[in-house]
Design a binder for this molecule. Structure first.
Ligand code: TXA
Ligand code: MG
Length: 322
């Protein structure tokens, strides 16, 4: 038995004192788990190459996958980008604070480790009181990817952060379950029309976005993603009960995520989601729960690809491919 257990990060309810401690830790170059409206982030001082490097080590993240920089206030945008396009100014005015990440030309002094070596940077102002208080107190831009080990489902509860990254994070601020549950929409805002690089919490309908070209995808979408330690299978809602029955008959432990009317009794893990917004909210937690319960295969009822349903289906397909 090892004599030294790995040092575990601490979880603290996000009181003003805990936020002050988190801000001091950020300024000292440590990693802090931060609640946002989308998912929990793994925050580091975006202006410190050394601190940001720690994010890549903790997550096991490919070095060419750039990080999103979070700001306390839209007025801070000029601290991290070289130029604010008219389109970016308009989108920021309409959607910030909120789950929209704008990709713009990066400021020259931003460490290249933060941008994954790209000339651009993704930036957003989160709509969460704890994240914004932390950013305002630390008074520095914060690089923060989702606080999961690379390839795993994103964390929507403080406990998920500790489970994946407890040995790397100094402190996790507990702000309760994430309200939205899927990540921000990433948009290239350098041109005259927004180009969606990653589907997310702000729908295409709300953005009036140009259709994404086949090559227009965030670098992160090249990698395996969102996959729990069990198989994920997508089925049309009508086919869910029969699919579950067939899998259970083979002796496997089966879980399901679907509207309650479709959920069979006796599952190893059953999560009811009545609509796409509810599914977005609980999806990652449900996948992690299925994994914890030793489920072999979790069957998920698909939703229509409109509104937030687009982001949900994008994540589900990737989870199923993992
Ligand atoms: O909601 C969110 O966006 C959460 C919370 C914590 O803010 N963050 C998040 O970060 O999802 P992450 O690192 O898990 O995903 C960031 C995505 C990746 O697919 C990455 O490739 C893309 O954004 N991205 C970041 N900077 C980019 C850039 N300069 N150009 C293109 N894509 C970029
Ligand atoms: Mg992520």
């Amino acid at each position: 038995m090892p004599t030294d257990a790995p040092s575990r990060g601490r979880l603290r309810a996000a009181s003003p004192e805990a936020i002050a401690e988190g801000a001091a830790l950020l300024r000292a170059g440590a990693l802090v788990g931060v609640p946002t409206e989308t998912v929990y982030g793994l925050g580091a001082d975006a202006t410190s190459a050394e601190a940001v490097h720690g994010i890549f080590v903790a997550k096991g993240r490919p070095a060419d996958n750039p990080l999103i920089v979070h700001l306390a206030d839209p007025a801070d945008l000029a601290r991290v980008v070289a130029r604010v396009s008219p389109l970016a100014a308009e989108l920021a005015a309409r959607h910030w604070p909120g789950p929209l990440t704008l990709v713009l030309d990066a400021a020259e002094d931003l460490p290249s480790v933060t941008t994954g070596g790209h000339p651009t940077v993704g930036v957003r102002v989160p709509d969460h009181p704890v994240a914004r208080a932390l950013l305002a107190t630390a008074d520095t831009p914060m690089a923060a990817p989702s606080a999961n080990r690379s390839g795993r489902p994103s964390p929507t509860r403080a406990e998920h952060v500790l489970a994946d990254l407890g040995e790397h994070v100094a402190l996790v601020l507990d702000g309760g379950p994430s309200a939205v549950g899927v990540e921000s929409t990433v948009v290239d805002a350098r041109g005259t029309r927004p180009v969606v690089l990653r589907e997310g919490a702000v729908s295409r309908e709300a953005l009036d976005a140009a259709d994404a070209e086949p090559h227009a995808a965030a670098p992160g979408s090249r990698y395996r993603h969102y996959a729990p330690g069990c198989e994920v299978r997508l089925v049309a809602p009508d086919d869910l009960p029969a699919t579950v029955a067939r899998l259970a008959a083979t002796g496997r432990r089966v879980g399901a995520i679907a509207p309650s009317a479709l959920l069979p009794a006796g599952l190893a893990a059953a999560t009811a989601a009545e609509d796409p917004v509810a599914l977005a909210h609980l999806l990652y937690d449900a996948l992690r729960t299925a994994e914890t319960r030793g489920v072999d295969v979790v069957v998920v009822a698909t939703v229509a690809e409109e509104g937030i349903g687009r982001a949900v289906m994008d994540r589900l397909r990737r989870a199923a491919a993992g």
